[in-house]
Design a binder for this molecule. Structure first.
Ligand code: URA
Length: 441
């Protein structure tokens, strides 16, 4: 087999066999297939797609590229969650502690930012000293002792995804359903949780721009998970505007702490309660969403979830002083309000542009090796349907570099649309996909 021929085959939209997919995945992982050929192949997949059989074979091949985590030493059924990527999505920092404080083990593997979307690891590293480089033994021990641990992708778990993810990030080949589904599901299955709850985002800030595409992606992932013996649920959620009010790593960590103190905005809390509820239902801790939600609300009211976040951050070496006093998060040198020049209602937010603005401020990676500035980002002061008076700020930018701030200020202004009539914002949770079918909310 020659990689050149397989690129050509996919370029013409032909179906690849299991053996051909294995040749590509294992060859790329071992370094026999160079980045430039893999980039061309990934771009061909973006243009021509893969069918469900190819997607499942791709997932299996990615799992087989490395080891699987053995979580059998963790007592009880383990729950995990994963988002397809959004802007302002800090749900893991809230959902993880809520679920763990109810005695359900959360053994989670997370990723870094991808394209315009943020990553949980970058957000957790906002707690100075926080490390996701735990050995398998430390990971299992932390989950057994405190109920929650988060690791980064280890070199030996789905190495194919690790290499492909980094390449997709810088070659504009992220937003393809088969590539997203296989990337997420290979890691989730190899990481060993019994219940997997997926958050499939749709809208201008998501990789899936239409509800139909998001539903397809959700169905593909649920099929893969169920086929591999895992209880799998996919929540379809709105990403036509940033989730919550903060975008940027330490700003999002701050917002997560506030949410655990009971001060979370409605859309963020809807997302967290729904995702966490299905984690509880999946492991049999709650019989339905109403019971689950009551239990979860209790963890916020009692302070148990906040205490769990503190225990979790401390166990992974992070500075917990900013949980007690959020003023201890690093401040940026510059802060600029973006002021409305006319009055009107916010009618649309180009959310991927908001994500790109955060990147432009230095809060995301521009190349595989970029160092990111965890303190920069945006505060979203006005969301869809809100009225803005002339002279009123609708976004605040936080920056450490004046040139980046200028560029970001122009970009964020063009990401907002206003109108004279009020636009109704979408509800946050749009539907749920299980092995039994789709339920629309
Ligand atoms: N998250 C992942 O882990 N992989 C993707 O491809 C997209 C989001």
């Amino acid at each position: 087999m020659r990689m050149y021929d397989l690129i050509t085959k996919k370029k013409h939209g032909e179906e690849l066999s299991k053996e051909e997919i294995d040749f590509i995945v294992q060859g790329f992982t071992k370094g026999d297939i160079p980045d430039y050929q893999m980039s061309a192949f990934l771009m061909a997949v973006c243009f021509k797609g893969m069918n469900i059989r190819e997607t499942i074979d791709l997932t299996r091949s990615m799992i087989d590229s490395g080891d699987r985590l053995d979580l059998s030493a963790i007592k009880g059924l383990k729950a995990d969650k994963h988002s397809t990527g959004g802007v302002g999505d800090k749900t893991t920092l809230i959902v993880g502690p809520m679920v763990a404080s109810l005695g359900v083990p959360v053994a989670k593997m997370s990723g870094r930012g991808l394209g315009h979307t943020g990553g949980t690891i970058d957000k957790l590293e906002s707690f100075k000293g926080f490390s996701v480089s735990l050995t398998d033994e430390e990971f299992i021990d932390n989950v057994n002792r405190i109920g929650i641990a988060v690791i980064g992708q280890t070199a030996d778990l789905c190495p194919a995804d690790k290499k492909m993810y980094a390449l997709r990030d810088v070659t504009a080949t992220v937003d393809n359903k088969s590539l997203i589904a296989s990337s997420i599901m290979s890691k989730k299955i190899a990481a060993g949780a019994d219940t997997i709850v997926l958050d499939v985002k749709v809208g201008s800030g998501a990789f899936m721009k239409t509800f139909e595409d998001a539903k397809d992606l959700a169905e593909i992932m649920v099929k893969i998970g169920t086929g591999c013996g895992r209880k799998t649920y996919a929540v379809i959620s709105d990403m036509s505007q940033p989730l919550g009010t903060c975008v940027g790593n330490s700003l999002e960590a701050y917002e997560a702490i506030e949410a655990l103190k009971g001060n979370g905005p409605q859309d963020l809390m809807d997302a967290c309660y729904t995702l966490a509820s299905y984690m509880l239902i999946g492991v049999g801790k709650a019989k339905d969403i109403n019971e689950a939600k009551l239990m979860l609300e209790g963890t916020i009211k009692s302070g148990a979830a906040l205490a769990k976040l503190e225990e979790f951050v401390a166990a992974q070496g992070g500075d917990v002083s900013c949980i007690e006093n959020v003023d201890r998060f690093p401040r940026t040198e510059f802060k600029e309000d973006i002021i409305a020049t006319e009055e009107g209602y916010v009618s649309e937010i180009l959310t991927d542009e908001i994500g790109m603005t955060s990147l432009l401020l230095g809060g995301g990676r521009e190349t595989k090796d970029s160092v990111i500035d965890l303190s920069v980002g945006l505060k979203i002061r006005k969301k869809i349907g809100d009225f803005v008076s002339k002279g009123e700020p609708f976004v605040t930018l936080y920056a450490n570099d004046i040139d980046r701030l200028r560029a970001a200020s122009a970009r964020v202004r063009s990401a907002y649309r206003f109108s004279a009539q009020k636009t109704q914002p979408s509800k946050h949770v749009l539907g749920i996909v299980t092995a039994d079918g789709v339920t629309l909310y």
